[in-house]
Design a protein around this ligand. Sequence first.
Ligand SMILES: Cc1cc2nc3c(=O)[nH]c(=O)nc-3n(C[C@H](O)[C@H](O)[C@H](O)COP(=O)(O)OP(=O)(O)OC[C@H]3O[C@@H](n4cnc5c(N)ncnc54)[C@H](O)[C@@H]3O)c2cc1C
Length: 287
Amino acid sequence: MYLTVKANTPLAPFCSMKVGGNAKYIGTPENIDELNSIIEFMSDKNEKIMILGNASNTLFSDEGFDGAVIFTTHINEIKTEGNRITAYCGASLTSVAVAAQKNFLSGLEFAYGIPGTVGGGVFMNAGAYGGEISDCFYEAVCLTPDLKEVVLTKQDMNFYYRHSVLSENSYTLIKATFELKNGDNEAIRTKMDEFMRMRKDKQPLEYPSCGSTFKRPKDNYAGCLIEQCGLKGFSIGGAEVSEKHAGFIINKGNASANDIIKLIDYVSDFVFEKTGVRLEPEVRIIR
Ligand SMILES: Cc1cc2nc3c(=O)[nH]c(=O)nc-3n(C[C@H](O)[C@H](O)[C@H](O)COP(=O)(O)OP(=O)(O)OC[C@H]3O[C@@H](n4cnc5c(N)ncnc54)[C@H](O)[C@@H]3O)c2cc1C
């Protein structure tokens, strides 16, 4: 069988920070059978495997990845049945939100504009504007590392802020079902448009980034603390604390991954020294 795998390939074009070295292999399966075959093939070769969606929350170092990185974005079918929507791992959160709106279903408005996939969104328990994936998650079909299919319920998922069980167990999410409420599709559209407008107003979307660099600390906001410490606009190489939103570290055009990682570490240490609050990266750094 022909597999869509390339050897020794740059990761940067696939990643939303537009940095990172080469992966030993990159796989871009078109469907679940092909995803299974690539995982099986790489496991037999004893290669390390990393499953990614849109890499909008993942930062590879300049050394790249000594194994196989598999991007799921071509596996993106979405089906609606009653008030449930089932979407495959690589469907964009935005397209799932749009499908919900078209079917008069409310509950995923917050996800409109988050540039990740269903797999990455469930893994991260992505959220915005008062909503998060766990609010409407119903169940997911996952693959165990030895390629057995399991169904995980909401209870199995151990969701909390930017966390799910998927970071504990190396499962691959194949598809997820969301349970939504019937709503008025004009009102749903208005809410989605309002969230998108807020993103465009507040976020430096004109530069590559991974969104909020740090998790929100208890009773505070990372961006506020960083701004209070005078770090807005501070840069290392081509990596900069955004002038528009201090919670974002952006690639001004020529950043290396190591510039960005150094800046993340610097900001975290600086804020800790000044405020006693330790900022933890929300971005998943693969060093
Ligand atoms: C401009 C911008 C704005 C953003 N705004 C928000 C926001 O409002 N709220 C928010 O929460 N996040 C936000 N993000 C961050 C990011 O989009 C989310 O974390 C998103 O859920 C990541 O999805 P992804 O598909 O890109 O994940 P990736 O970066 O590809 O992966 C993230 C993690 O999920 C794992 N993963 C991915 N797919 C699977 C799968 N099928 N099975 C198992 N594990 C998998 C990966 O191994 C990795 O550890 C933003 C990012 C950007 C660039």
